[in-house]
Design a binder for this molecule. Structure first.
Ligand SMILES: Nc1ncnc2c1ncn2[C@@H]1O[C@H](COP(=O)(O)OP(=O)(O)OP(=O)(O)O)[C@@H](O)[C@H]1O
Length: 304
């Protein structure tokens, strides 16, 4: 069983800080690395795979720094985000090449074992150039598994994969986690991460924003203040009543009509709003949430 530990890890490219003081522990089972585009997920995975040296801090595998530690590389399998540029090779040749690079004793047997895990034995005789996106992902996974690593790192493995293949890939990752491997995959989609990962680590703008199981992360995201625009036949009357409410954090009148309301407790607000309107004789014409984007959820997590 392998554990990856990051201690105040930073990585910068010139004056771009891609990863900023991140500390986290990745344990056996499946971990989802969740964050919007440009959050630093690819950089974090490259640091954990030993492909990139940290600019500051340490990344260790079972207590040993990974960078330039060749034994660690034997324990790690990486499925990169980039597409395979070896379309002229068959799936089998591609996986076998990695088996040879690892210097395995029985590269042929290891290749067949890895192909069979991802259910690619039959198409393995065809050129990669003829594969669907899901098949290419599976052959990349076979190549990463050929040396039977205890750690598996996957960068955006579900991107562009059709729903049926996605379910298959998800089942494979769950199985790898259940076998005691340390599996980490990145994604920018919360629902996707929830379906597979026991543990979720959220990164935003290079920083570690939150950590927990999906229940904890969901709660953090739904407990945040929510903003609405309420359009009524008497905005000023409604605004003056709302400001007295405990659940309301801020109220302002919009120049173009309507009231901007920020609430801390959505459940309470949903019950109170119609009552307040009735008491004041105000008619609600429209109620629209204004910050439901994932980006706003992420920025809330960072600003907490
Ligand atoms: N080689 C590089 N040189 C300069 N800047 C880089 C380099 N690689 C990444 N960056 C920058 O570092 C930041 C983090 O990038 P990274 O690719 O790690 O994020 P990401 O979360 O994987 O994003 P995406 O999902 O879009 O791939 C971005 O601002 C990116 O532009």
């Amino acid at each position: 069983m392998s554990v990856i530990t990051l201690e105040t890890v930073s990585r910068w490219y010139g004056n771009v800080v891609a990863v900023n003081g991140v500390s986290m522990t990745v344990r056996p089972g499946v971990t989802g690395l969740l964050g919007p585009n440009g959050a630093g997920k690819t950089t974090l995975i490259a640091l954990m795979a030993g492909f990139l040296a940290p600019s500051a801090g340490t990344v260790t595998l079972d207590g040993v720094p990974i960078w330039r530690h060749t034994d660690a590389y034997r324990t790690i399998g990486l499925v990169p985000e980039r597409e395979l540029s070896f379309g002229y090779l068959t799936g089998r040749q591609f996986v076998r090449a990695n088996a040879e690079l690892h210097g395995l004793d029985a590269p042929g047997a290891a290749t067949e074992r890895a192909l069979s895990i991802v259910d690619m034995t039959e198409p393995a005789a065809r050129r990669i150039g003829t594969y669907s996106k899901g098949m290419r992902q599976r052959v990349k996974l076979a190549s990463a598994l050929v040396h039977d690593p205890g750690v598996l790192l996957l960068d955006e493995p579900f991107n562009g994969v059709d729903p049926r293949q996605r379910l298959h890939l998800m089942a494979l990752l769950r199985q790898m986690g259940a076998e005691g491997r340390t599996v980490l995959f990145s994604s920018h989609i919360l629902e996707e991460v929830e379906q597979v990962a026991r543990q979720i680590e959220v990164v935003v703008s290079g920083r570690h924003a939150a950590s927990g199981d999906f229940g904890q992360i969901r709660r953090l995201m739904t407990d945040r203040p929510v903003q609405y625009v309420v359009v009524t036949n008497d905005d000023r009357a409604l605004a003056s009543a709302l400001i007295a409410e405990d659940a309301v954090v801020a109220v302002s009148l919009r120049r173009q009509g309507g009231v901007d309301v920020s609430v801390s407790d959505f459940g309470g607000f949903a019950v109170r709003l119609p009552r307040i309107a009735r008491e004041r004789g105000v008619r609600i014409l429209e109620l629209t949430p204004t910050d439901e984007s994932l980006e706003s959820v992420f920025s809330y997590l960072v600003e907490r």
